[in-house]
Design a protein around this ligand. Sequence first.
Ligand code: PAN
Ligand code: ZN
Length: 187
Amino acid sequence: MNDKKTPEQPLLFVKDLLIGDHIERSRKTLADLKGIFHDQEAYNNMASNTLLYEVSCHFPVKEGTAGGLFFGITKIYPGKVGNEYFMTKGHFHANMNRGEYYWGIEGEGMLIMMDRSRKTWCEKVFPGSLHYIPGGVAHRVANIGNSVLAFAACWPSDAGHNYQEIANKGFAATLQCVNDQPQLVVI
Ligand code: PAN
Ligand code: ZN
């Protein structure tokens, strides 16, 4: 019997792609973001299989493990639904006091954050930008450019995701293209 262990493949982080063991990939289309965009007519006129974003994550430990970390890269394609930029669903962490780092890799975007009192603000995302998202703050990213936006994220493995609150109530403001400029518009 050969009891020699094969060495693990090294983990690679190549621009906007993660390669190696314990990597999971997911993709979100317009159909997956039903109810998120505000212009219903524009939404209905677009192909429901339009690809909005892809995420590849490294999950070295089981979800919910205390003390571990997860790492992910999100790639958002350029485009709009009406005046609203393609963006991620957005979420609070289920474990409310868990924070997260985001950092820009490629393209141009906006990180939109909202605290528990529904105060909403944003930060520009660009290659080299670094963003600390405190616990209790919902977060989502919009691609405001004409090319792919990629950013990395690192969050605690016991953070969890609460999508329901955003699905029910949304963010208090939405990022829209007004006179060719991104503008946070209160709903
Ligand atoms: C990120 C997000 C990723 C996709 O890894 O999960 O950008 O956004 P949604 O999860 O809102 O669809 C993160 O914030 N993790 O906690
Ligand atoms: Zn998060």
